[in-house]
Design a protein around this ligand. Sequence first.
Ligand code: BES
Ligand code: MN
Ligand code: ZN
Length: 498
Amino acid sequence: MEFSTSTTTTLQTLKTQALAVGIFQDGILSPAADVLDQASGGAIRAVVQSEFDAVPGAILTLHNPAGVTADRIILLGLGRQDSLTAATLAKAHQAFAAYCVRAGVGTAASALCALNVHDANLADCARTTARLVSAAVYRYDRTFSQAKPAVKLRSFVLHLSRAQAAQAKTALAQGAAIGAGVNLARLLGDLPPNLCTPTYLGQTARDLAKQFKTLKAEVLDRKKIEALKMGSFLSVAQGSVEPPAFIVLRHTPSAPAARKAAPIVLVGKGITFDAGGISLKPGPGMDEMKYDMCGAASVLGTMRTVAELDLQREIIAIVPSCENLPSGTALKPGDIVTSMSGQTIEILNTDAEGRLILCDALTYAERFKPAAVIDVATLTGACVIALGHVNSGLFSQDDTLADELLAAGRQAQDPAWRMPLEDAYQDLLKSNFADMANIGGRPAGSISAACFLSRFTGKYRWAHLDVAGTAWLEGKQKGATGRPVPLLTQFLLGQCSA
Ligand code: BES
Ligand code: MN
Ligand code: ZN
């Protein structure tokens, strides 16, 4: 995908296969729509009055419009003019990009980012647009016997004023790189668990390091994980014949001056299949537990973006990865394991395995003396019950870090919602036989999971993102979303300029 800007003052002469303009409710045309309306002898006003309800997400195509060079004009509904938000623009562009892919359009242009929204600046709008359009060309095709027809969309133009175009350039490149990171995360998520194994994730990290010279990959095998005394991580891995992997992928910025700041560490849960272990999950829908490595996928996707943009900050991704299966060698309820930190854990439910692999990764992160550690995990079904599929759950005892992450999520149209994490919840994890239990019961299930992780994060600033409800879609549109790559990269962009 190539992104560019156009600043022509005669929009009706723009050569493109699909030109998108905004329409507000009550038949109000955006300035760009008005220009095309006049050039086409009132064609837009007529159709808007007769058959277009300009609610956000609405879309209508006018083929071969008279007086206009573009092959098609696409009308995009933007809702009420006085309450135009960046989210509405994003929704409109998502509908537009999906249309372009469906209709086999090769070149597209949009005049929407020229509009003022009160909750975002132009750079944010341009970045989000490029990210959404890049993501729209994703098509899963790895495991079909017949190749799927290639997506034709190859060029996307933002129509802007001259001053706006100058501001949008960097943001467009960022958005394209974020889109590529999102699509990598989606592919890893969508791949079947017999292909996307811990070894495959490790190879993906190595491939990224080959592709981008700022990245260095290290993949620790079972022996090395044992040498590190990661007894908690290994206790989950022991139930499967599939070898575990502990992946460290490090971005060192090209400018030496940028290497002075303490690194930011991202930790991603990489359970490539979660059957629950001996505490076996019910059968229906269990295939979706191939997505239990989406935290890892988002962290790797983010590293791809970070490297492509050569962000001027040291950033390290850590991915503990294994399967959680029942077998004769599997972890059992009642077992007590010793984590790398030395703290002991009584296993009461082997299906609460994410925290068991993350805790050792969080202890490992200490060695980098990080400025902050953010873990991403499809950690609890309880988080899906609490927040649905709209917001990721954010947990942190650090208000500054939490606020920065929430703001980044809003800015990137990849929202998170802060959940409580005060000490009173820690009691849920009391065990009669070990330092802690691995579950805290059904009430506040996502919070007790975060409390568990917090016990391994005392040495640095830390935040936890539970993406169980946001990392993939179910049902007919089943597929990985690539969230929270946009949130994470937006946060990291902010940590570079600061
Ligand atoms: N990977 C699951 C969490 C999950 C479940 C994510 C459904 C998305 C959809 C995690 O390993 C798990 O099984 N958690 C248990 C914890 C419980 C045993 C305390 C859960 O949420 O049921
Ligand atoms: Mn589980
Ligand atoms: Zn899991």
